[in-house]
Structures are given as C-alpha cells and as structure tokens.
Design a binder for this molecule. Sequence first.
Ligand code: NAD
Ligand code: DAU
Length: 349
Amino acid sequence: MLLVTGGAGFIGSNFVLDWLAATGEAVVNLDKLTYAGNPGNLASLADDPRHIFVHGDIGDAARVTALLREYRPRAIVNLAAESHVDRSIHGPAAFIETNIVGTFTLLDTVRAWWSALPAGEQQAFRFLHVSTDEVYGSLAPEAAGFAETTPYAPNSPYSASKAASDHLVRAYHHTYGLPTLTTNCSNNYGPLQFPEKLIPLMIVNTLAGKPLPVYGDGLNVRDWLYVGDHCEAIRTVLAGGVPGATYNIGGNAEMTNIDVVRAVCAAVGQCRPGPDYAAQITYVKDRPGHDRRYAIDSTKIRDELGWSPRETFATGIERTVRWYVDHPQWLADVTSGEYRQWVARHYAT
Ligand code: NAD
Ligand code: DAU
C-alpha cells in the first residue's frame, strides 16, 4: 500500500481519489487537518476499506514509525505542507515548522525504518516529495521556462521553506541512498481547492456578488495545471521515475492573472447567465515580493516518462467552475469560521 501525507488537502484529496480509481491500491492517509485539511473531501470513501485515514502530524516521529511498522507501505507520497504564499507572509513560522522541520522528521523517520528492510524491499521503496515551481524564483518576460537544472532562487517564506525541504530530500538520497523522487509543479486548480487561492476565491466571490481582488496590475503570469493532470503526473513519476531525480510538471498554460479572472467570470456566466461578472474586478494592493512570472519546461517528464497534460485551460476551467456551482454545501462548509477571519484580515485595506 501507499502512505500519503496531506491527503485531506486540495491536491492530496484529489490524489487519493484518483489513485484509488486508477489503481485500486490501498492508501493510508496521514493528515494533521489544519485549516486547509478537510475530511469532507473524502466523504465518498467513508465505507471504503482501501482508505485508512489517520489524524496526525508528519513531524510526529513516533506516530510515523508506528504507521510504517503497521502498514509497511511500498511508497510514500508527501503532500503535507503549508501551501499559501500570502499566509507565509503574514506568519512564516508554521511554514518552517511543517515544510522544513516536518519534512526532515518524516525523512529521517522513514530512513531509519527503510534501512532495516530486506534489500529487495529497500530497492523497490520510493519516497516521492511533491514540491513547487516557486523554488526557482521569478522569470523575466521572455525567459525560457524553469527546467530541472534551473538554480533555486526562492523569494517568499513559503518557497524558501519548500526549497529547504527539496534540499533535504536530495541530501537523503545522496547521503543515505533513500530512493527519493521530487516533483516541482506549477499552479494547480480544480475541484476541492480551498478558496484562499486565486481561482476558487474568484469563483466564490463571483457567485456571491463580491469584489474580485486582483493584486497589483494583474499582469503576473502563472502556468496553470488542472489538478487531475497533476495526479496522473505523480502516478507516472512514482511508477517510472529514476531514484534521486526531479521532474518539473506544468500545464503549458501561461496566463496573466487578469486573464484568468476574466476567464472565471466568463465560465461562471456560462453556468449562471446573469450580470457582467467582470464588473466585480477590483485592483488591490500588491503582494509583497510578488513573483512576476512562473513557467515550466516539461520536456523531461514528457520525453522520459511520456506524461503531458490532458486538459487545456479552457476545458479545465469549465469543469472547475461547474464543480463549484454544483457543490454549494461544500462551499458553505469551508467558507465559514476561520476562512472568514482570514479574508477579513488579509483583504482589509
Ligand atoms: P493544501 O494546503 O490544500 O493541503 C495541505 C494538506 O497538508 C492539508 O490537508 C493539511 O491539513 C495537511 N498538513 C499540513 N501540515 C501538516 C503536517 N504537519 N502533518 C500532516 N499533514 C499536514 O495544499 P495543496 O495545494 O494541496 O498542496 C499540496 C502540496 O503540493 C504542497 O506540498 C504544496 O507545496 C505542493 N504544490 C501545490 C501547488 C498548488 O498549486 N496548490 C502547486 C505545486 C505544488
Ligand atoms: O506555482 C505553484 C504554487 O502555486 C504553489 O506552490 C502554491 O502552493 C500555490 O498556492 C500557488 O502559489 P501562488 O502564489 O502562485 O497562488 P495563488 O493562488 O495564491 O495566487 C496566484 C496569483 O494570483 C498570484 O500572482 C497572486 C494572485 N492573486 C492571488 C490572490 C489570492 C491575486 O491577484 N488576488 C488574490 O486574491
């Protein structure tokens, strides 16, 4: 079986659902259930014996050791993290704790357990660490996309903490021979994403008739990847990736933020014909240290492992908006309590 960490979050829950549908192999899902973790994302698995949910922290060595001994996973997919750049600017400590110290503890605990396995199991084992393109910093307008050889230049507390975790993963392979894989992915969007990130926030606010807050001049560029494509890429790397290697994953869909927001307004208009939703767009103060452009060169994963994204931005955004429109209860549940406090604090002028 597989041990997935952070499997109640956005990508993690999509990954668990995708994994079970695609492979049928059982999953132990270790998640701390921070504000971003939502067991409701996995409600459809409530009676499925192939999904074992464990409420816990990757930084809890005793807990992780017990899970490894009990379930003897053949691989770990590490998705547990603090993931929101704006929150890392307001409060970086949690990012250091989970993304750096937590990943270190997980790695070291796994190494101790793995090193006592029989040789065949040791060789077959994989530790797949899910990371981000933000570790590479910001690109000039005409520069080539990030390749696996691009030097690291993280600019936010979030990306610095992810970069540190990537370096630890690299070191555990180089020094101890742990069979690691690292994936560096661009911006994901799709069902089950907590509406603090750009696309779900814009969908939620469009539907609620609220302002659509675009940072700065709205011309920052991101490379958007539909989450289902990311899940397939992780499965592909787990199956065929070379231990110690890193793989960049992108959507071939570079867009400015303002174009993304206009596309969201248009897609909502298709589902819910009504007012000119784009009239809700409001420019607000910029994010401190805001990276201007990210873009991924996915040549390596395409040529070596045969993966490329299936969705275009046009098809992915349509599916995504449709999902949010069709799941008002999910939205109502996640946009209460802590979420409201965050929005009030962060978007206060
Ligand atoms: P998310 O914030 O939606 O979910 C993170 C999950 O990790 C939550 O369920 C949370 O409860 C859990 N978690 C947090 N701290 C934990 C801890 N100490 N122990 C166990 N569980 C813990 O994040 P996401 O968007 O799903 O991102 C998942 C991973 O993918 C992260 O590593 C992130 O850096 C990376 N990533 C995200 C994107 C993106 O666009 N969302 C793109 C590239 C890479
Ligand atoms: O590139 C991969 C990264 O993508 C992941 O590693 C992160 O976990 C994920 O959160 C995401 O980071 P970004 O900072 O790019 O995503 P976010 O959705 O927060 O913002 C996307 C862009 O939209 C960014 O340029 C900031 C802008 N933005 C965001 C919000 C929340 C706005 O203009 N207004 C907003 O209200």
